[in-house]
Design a binder for this molecule. Structure first.
Ligand SMILES: Cc1ncc(COP(=O)(O)O)c(C=O)c1O
Length: 340
């Protein structure tokens, strides 16, 4: 199978498995797991933040951020196709009790002027705007890199209104590698950051949230409340550290493969590439092939290619380290044979 469904499908490398096996561990609820402590220190340093916390998933990281920054009844500004709005099962409302304020963006980027206009005035009738969420890269915008200047402009507006900014950086390392900027550059325009170890970086489990020490201290309690105090979690933090140390620079291969895939698929009659491919996601409109998205996914499965249905007419391909360039080319050829 050539599996393009997501960059979450990668299997841990031999080095990661060895790191898990050999990990020095302790009880992380007592802050006594050396492997977790090391991962958190290195992650905080990479992001230029005072502290970091190892959490079970990107969703848990984003939810802990909302729970820590906000109180029930508050409003959170986010892009209308943000992962936290579309794909986290309404958790902001269900868990933090906050109301989302979606702002439609262009390729995932909100207009700073619209963000400023959406901030609530101090009025007894209104919810309080207590958080602005950004996402980089933007998943639903096809892995688009949100320009750093856009983040800066929104961060300045947030600062002048004393509203914290949380960055859902599930794929922040993809944004950094694609733009030639560092994750620290991007993180400098957010108070708190979540990034996933288990997407393009290839670790089996886990995410990091990073921010000021005081925030991390409160977040640690929320993590405990949510059942995320994982005891000897060095077993899963150790592969996460390997991911950070070994798998960042190679993301460029995934981006190159996504471009090769987009070029190849774009040359097939009836297929249109929907997004400008900047990182590792390719969204393809298949309506000209005679198949709808569901049928297309099924036909590809028969040819041992797995892709994700995205809408009734579009499907999504994601490149990652378990798909190499030869497999990308094989996939293009098989799809060409299917359509023509
Ligand atoms: C932008 C973004 N944020 C958050 C998440 C959630 O991560 P997890 O699946 O680890 O909960 C994802 C997962 O795809 C994502 O793409």
């Amino acid at each position: 199978m050539i599996d393009f469904r997501s960059d979450t499908v990668t299997k841990p490398t031999a080095t990661m498995r060895k790191a898990a096996y050999e990990a020095e561990v302790g009880d992380d609820v007592y802050k006594e797991d050396p492997s977790v402590n090391k991962l958190e220190e290195i992650a905080a340093e990479m992001l230029g933040k005072e502290g970091a916390l190892f959490v079970t998933s990107g969703t848990q990281g984003n939810q802990i951020a909302a729970l820590t920054h906000c109180k029930p009844g508050d409003e959170v500004i986010m892009e209308a196709n943000a992962h936290v709005y579309v794909y986290e099962a309404g958790a902001f409302s269900a868990l933090a009790g906050v109301q989302p304020r979606p702002i439609p963006g262009v390729r995932g980027a909100m207009d700073p002027f619209e963000v400023a206009s959406a901030i609530r005035a101090d009025d007894i009738h209104f919810p309080e705007t207590s958080l602005i969420c950004l996402e980089n890269t933007h998943n639903k915008a096809g892995g688009a890199v949100i320009p750093i200047d856009n983040m800066k402009a929104i961060y300045e507006i947030a600062n002048s209104n004393r509203i914290p900014v949380h960055l859902d950086g599930a794929r922040l390392f993809n944004a950094a590698v694609a733009s030639g900027k560092s994750v620290k550059d991007f993180a400098s325009y957010a108070d708190t950051v979540q990034f996933c170890l288990s997407k393009g970086l290839g670790a089996p489990v886990g995410s990091i949230i990073a921010g000021p020490s005081e925030f991390i201290q409160k977040a640690r309690k929320w993590r405990k409340r949510l059942g995320g105090g994982l005891r000897q979690s060095g077993m899963i933090a150790a592969p996460g550290l390997v991911a950070l140390q070994n798998n960042v620079d190679r993301l460029v291969e995934d981006h190159d493969n996504a471009k090769i895939l987009a070029n190849g698929l774009g040359n097939i009659n009836g297929i249109t590439i929907v997004n400008e491919v900047e990182t590792n996601i390719v969204i393809v409109d298949v309506s000209g092939t005679g198949y709808n998205a569901e049928q297309f996914v099924e036909e590809l499965r028969k040819k041992e290619i797995l892709v994700g249905g995205y809408s009734s007419e579009t499907v999504r391909f994601v490149t990652h380290y378990d798909v190499n360039v030869t497999q990308v080319k094989q996939a293009i050829e098989k799809i060409d044979n299917l359509i023509n």
